[in-house]
Design a binder for this molecule. Structure first.
Ligand code: FAD
Ligand code: NAI
Length: 465
């Protein structure tokens, strides 16, 4: 079988790349070792976690928030099986959707592990051991990432779990210990906290969400603490021991010092993810890796002609939309166009309640680069729609170049932050200024008025504070 392009992996990077290449007239195949398409994101990542976040948020609303709206439903009870069914149905609808789209675009699927035996040749080994060989002009590696292990700790996905186990728990743990106050720790910690678990998050650094604008992270921490999440910052987990019932977790200050103990029923290891290249045969083909990631140039090409790579397996943030945009860009390059990704404008969202969203530079990054900037901040407590929704915690913060007023970063913690950030991304993609946004009419009463007000605040002329 001969193709113009074969994509290995059908996560958001791989399947989007395949569809775009097919749209542009290439003859395309995909190779996927999992039973379903969609990769980490659709099967065990973005989609199931958001289904459980949405469901557990409804539970928390019914438990804590509805009476203040005059809606009395009594104490809610949890049907975890039904909640998990909602999650599985959501995943099934999405992965079936990808199967439909691949078919519609005449992309040929090969189910099995893809191994590059030489440039232009892939051997596919099915679960039953059957082998097929694909000849292809170009190969795009889109094999994604896997859970980073905690040295000395064995993940059994029952008592000591990764994000995958945290999406499958059969009952609400009494005490959940989360290792790592990153995105997974906060999102999945929130899910189980809302459903009744006591959640303690142990974080190596002295702050949560490293990389996020520090003031925004601090505000988010305060709000999560109000919901009952406990943070032990500046500590690392040294050992997790299984006892007759529960776990004994030894933690140590990151800077050194005396160890202490925490008891838990379940421990979630969420200390990051690492690129996944097992079984790909990169050594046969001579593809260079750096710290486990496939090395690429700015056209997604590896050091071996005809082999490209995108998504979590290459440099940059491990985000589904970054993988998708790289998939589109490399497909366009392979079809002779000029695909490209603007890495300065990749939004990131943490789907806690309230959401935390960010695009562009943080204050710390601007300070480190010596870039002079102006700040405009607006609190949701002064936004009419947020008051009507009883969702007044948080703020929007604009960072604009002190001389040109060009927007360099936007950080939001508050209701629907993940939706609001798209406006900032569009503004920044067009090299917009805070003045541009401030002069754009925003519908009233909407949360997006907080964006306009923060943009006005850059020039100290917000109306409602
Ligand atoms: P993946 O999605 O990892 O797909 C790789 C695919 O390659 C897999 O299907 C795998 O089976 C296949 N594969 C690997 N090796 C081979 C081989 N040799 N042969 C054949 N097939 C192979 N990102 C967001 O942007 N938003 C979120 O809300 C979000 N939530 C997340 C929640 C969780 C719990 C997790 C774990 C991750 C989350 N992410 C989120 C990150 C997101 O899932 C990844 O950034 C994204 O999936 C990366 O896409 P990818 O195409 O590079 O790889
Ligand atoms: P992460 O990199 O976001 O956070 C890991 C945290 O663990 C960091 O704060 C780090 O300092 C801490 N840590 C590392 N070693 C530690 C130790 N020994 N003890 C205590 N703390 C330790 O990684 P996470 O949360 O596992 O997520 C992986 C990736 O998946 C993210 O980087 C993100 O790219 C992606 N993701 C994205 C989501 C989104 O966009 N909403 C949701 C979930 C995951």
């Amino acid at each position: 079988m001969t193709y113009d392009l074969t994509v290995i992996g059908t996560g958001p990077g791989g399947y989007v790349c395949a569809i775009r290449a097919a749209q542009l007239g290439l003859k395309v195949a995909v190779v996927e070792k999992n039973k379903t398409f969609g990769g980490t994101c659709l099967n065990i990542g973005c989609i199931p976690s958001k289904a459980l976040l949405a469901a557990s948020e409804k539970f928390a609303e019914a438990e804590h928030d509805l009476p203040a709206f005059g809606v009395i439903v009594g104490k809610p009870s949890l049907d975890l099986k039904a909640m998990m069914k909602h999650k599985s149905d959501t995943v099934a609808a999405n992965v079936n959707g990808v199967a439909f789209l691949l078919k519609k675009n005449k992309v040929d699927p090969f189910i099995g592990t893809g191994t590059i035996t030489a440039p232009g040749r892939i051997e596919v080994t099915a679960a039953d051991g059957g082998k097929q060989t694909i000849e292809t002009k170009a190969i795009v590696i889109a094999t994604g990432s896997d859970v980073a292990p905690l040295p000395g700790v064995t993940i059994d996905e029952k008592d000591i779990i990764s994000s995958t186990g945290a999406l499958e728990l059969a009952k609400v743990p009494g005490r959940l210990l989360v290792v790592g106050a990153g995105v997974i720790g906060l999102e999945l910690g929130s899910v189980w906290r809302r459903l009744g678990a006591e959640v303690t998050v142990v974080e190596f650094l002295d702050r949560i969400l490293p990389g996020l604008d520090a003031e925004t992270a601090k505000q988010a921490q305060r709000m999560l603490e109000k919901q009952g999440l406990k943070f032990v910052l500046g500590h690392k987990v040294a050992k997790i021991e299984k006892q007759k019932t529960g776990l004994k977790v030894a933690i140590e200050p990151s800077a050194g010092g005396a160890a202490s103990e925490i008891e838990a029923d379940v421990a979630l290891v969420a200390i990051g993810r690492r690129p996944y290249t097992e079984g790909l045969g990169l050594e046969n083909a001579g593809v260079a890796l750096e710290r486990g990631r496939v090395v690429i140039d700015d056209r997604f090409a590896t050091n071996v002609p005809g082999i490209y790579a995108i998504g979590d397996v290459v440099r940059g943030p491990m985000l589904a939309h970054k993988a998708e945009d790289e998939g589109i860009a490399v497909a366009e390059i392979l079809a002779g166009q000029h695909g490209h990704v603007n890495y300065n404008v990749i939004p990131s969202v943490v789907y806690t309640n309230p959401e935390i969203a960010s695009v562009g530079a943080s204050e710390e990054e601007l300070q480190a680069k010596g870039i002079a900037y102006k700040t405009g901040k607006f609190p949701f407590s002064a936004n009419g729609r947020a008051r009507a929704m009883r969702a007044t915690e948080g703020f929007v913060k604009f960072l604009a170049d002190a001389t040109t007023d060009r927007v360099l970063g936007v950080h939001i913690v508050g209701p629907f932050a993940g939706e609001l950030i798209a406006e900032a991304a569009v503004l920044m993609e067009f090299s917009g200024s805070s003045e541009d946004l401030a002069r754009t009419c925003h519908a009233h009463p909407t949360l997006s008025e907080a964006m306009k007000e923060a943009a006005l605040a850059v020039d100290k002329r917000a109306i409602h504070i």
